[in-house]
Design a protein. Structure first.
Length: 289
């Protein structure tokens, strides 16, 4: 591969036609310029200059190298400039989060993308462990988790708390333990975990989720409240998932005497310099949550 430093010395020499002016332009000595030309000729195994005292002319190979070398140097300069450019609202930002947070954030972040046409968002829903692994493997720029990461490659900071809510059909008014048992539980991938957190804090009778009769299951965050809205059971969900339900008049979310929330951690790769576009999205997430 041609050494670009030698190539720049050669092209500058051809452009200026003088070793002294070339040395001044490149902040080198004349002998340094001569050495670059000699090394380039040795690497290519062909003469590039016909030396005539202090003057010179180009060989056929030298003419070809100058013509094509200029394009190479311009491309290298353009590449260097493009690498340095770091606009705050241009480029791809890859995000991951659990479903409830995604229901709130994705549509709101689309508003940011509408304001900045150069910004592209890739938002994916995943479990806490999936989010953590993606960040560690550089498959995501930012992630949101409801627990602290355990992998050393992932850095996090607490940015919000999301309340857990007991959700029943709108027609169901009693919140007694016996009425909940009779109504039955609509389960979901985090159902047992959420129920353990909220119900254990508010019902002395609660020991584990298996005490409840299970009346259904859905792994789609946007569909979990559908059976609840039809009177088929109750569930426990994070607040953002409840807020996103399309028919809120068919359900009721109930404040309990002991409120319980899940932490929300903003996560990113440790020891990585975040591009400005990622920082811009990060700031928007913090403001929204």
């Amino acid at each position: 591969m041609i050494n670009p430093i030698w190539l720049r010395s050669f092209c500058t020499l051809v452009e200026l036609g003088h070793f002294t002016r070339t040395a001044e332009r490149l902040y080198m000595t004349q002998s340094g310029v001569s050495q670059h030309i000699r090394k380039l000729e040795e690497q290519l195994d062909t003469p590039l200059l016909i030396r005539e005292g202090k003057q010179f002319s180009l060989t056929d190979a030298g003419q070809k190298l100058y013509q094509q070398g200029q394009d190479i140097l311009l491309a290298l300069d353009a590449l260097q400039q493009s690498v340095k450019v770091d606009p705050p609202f241009e480029g791809l930002v890859r995000l991951m989060s659990p479903g409830s947070i995604g229901l709130k954030l994705y549509t709101e972040l689309l508003g940011l993308q509408q304001q900045h046409n150069g910004l592209t968002l890739d938002y994916r829903i995943n479990s806490n462990s999936g989010v953590e692994t993606a960040i560690a493997d550089l498959d995501a720029d930012l992630g949101l988790m409801t627990r602290q990461p355990t992998l050393s490659e992932v850095q996090s900071r607490l940015i919000a708390q999301e309340p857990l809510l007991l959700v029943t059909p709108a027609s169901h008014t009693s919140l007694s333990w016996s009425s909940l048992q009779q109504l039955g539980f609509i389960n979901h991938p985090d159902g047992a975990h959420h129920a353990n957190l909220l119900l254990a804090a508010n019902y002395t009778e609660f020991e584990h989720c298996d005490q409840l009769s299970h009346r259904g299951f859905s792994n789609q965050i946007s569909l979990i409240l559908e059976p609840v809205s039809r009177g088929l059971g109750f569930t426990v969900l994070p607040a953002y998932a409840v807020e996103a339900f399309a028919r809120p008049e068919l359900i009721s979310s109930h404040p309990l005497s002991v409120p319980v929330s899940e932490p929300i951690y903003l996560c990113y790769r440790r020891q990585t310099t975040l591009p400005k576009r990622v920082i811009s999205v990060m700031d928007e997430i913090v403001a929204r949550l």
